[in-house]
Write a protein that binds this ligand. Structure first.
Ligand SMILES: CC(C)(COP(=O)(O)OP(=O)(O)OC[C@H]1O[C@@H](n2cnc3c(N)ncnc32)[C@H](O)[C@@H]1OP(=O)(O)O)[C@@H](O)C(=O)NCCC(=O)NCCS
Length: 168
């Protein structure tokens, strides 16, 4: 990173976590509760956004958490998070989650879920704080930014319409 350039690359805040799933996180069928996966993804997003912002962040919104395949007891769950988009005080973090049996390294990670988190950086007094801009370096970075803008427009439009309906 150039010292005079406040922008941070999408890779700056990247975080990957790996956790072994145990029976405590499972339902009676031996599948891991979706909420456990959400918690892991949220922790990943929190670490990514705090790194990018250089301080405390909170989860403002979570959408499009898609569960593609079940996770079982004994799977190692890997999360991969990175910043997709940055606004003034908020940023979107995309998290990809993969699972792999702990006892069989020949089986590659299976994509089990993906999620998009809106995180907001906070000052010590709890008010939103400006975050460093994002440096887009690759075609993938530009694609993620563009798609994050679409999600943001939908989120804000939905919120506005609901509030308008309540105040009508
Ligand atoms: C997130 C929070 C700080 C936002 O506070 P606020 O007074 O609404 O602040 P603002 O209106 O200035 O919004 C701050 C930013 O968040 C964005 N934002 C807030 N709610 C959002 C939502 N539902 N969807 C998308 N963006 C949202 C705003 O667009 C703004 O982004 P920008 O500065 O990049 O343009 C506040 O709602 C909060 O503290 N929520 C609780 C967070 C928490 O405890 N999370 C853990 C849950 S267990």
């Amino acid at each position: 990173m150039n010292g005079a350039d406040p922008r941070r690359p999408t890779t700056y805040g990247e975080v990957s976590l790996a956790v072994l799933m145990r029976t405590a996180e499972a339902n009676l069928a031996g599948n891991i509760h979706g909420g456990e996966i959400v918690k892991l993804a949220d922790s990943t997003a929190g670490a990514v956004s705090s790194r990018h912002a250089g301080g405390q962040t909170v989860t403002a919104a979570l959408d499009e958490m898609v569960f593609i395949a079940p996770v079982h007891v004994g799977d190692i769950v890997h999360t991969y998070g990175r910043v997709n988009w940055v606004g003034r005080t908020s940023l979107e973090v995309g998290v990809r989650i993969e699972a792999q049996p702990h006892s069989d390294p020949s089986v590659g990670g299976v994509h089990v879920a993906s999620a998009y988190f809106v995180m907001v950086a906070l000052n010590p007094d709890g008010t939103p704080r400006e975050v460093p801009p994002l440096l887009l370096e690759s075609a993938e970075d530009h694609r993620r930014w563009r798609e994050a803008q679409i999600r943001r427009a939908h989120r804000l439009a939905k919120r506005e319409e609901i509030l308008r309906g309540r105040n009508a």
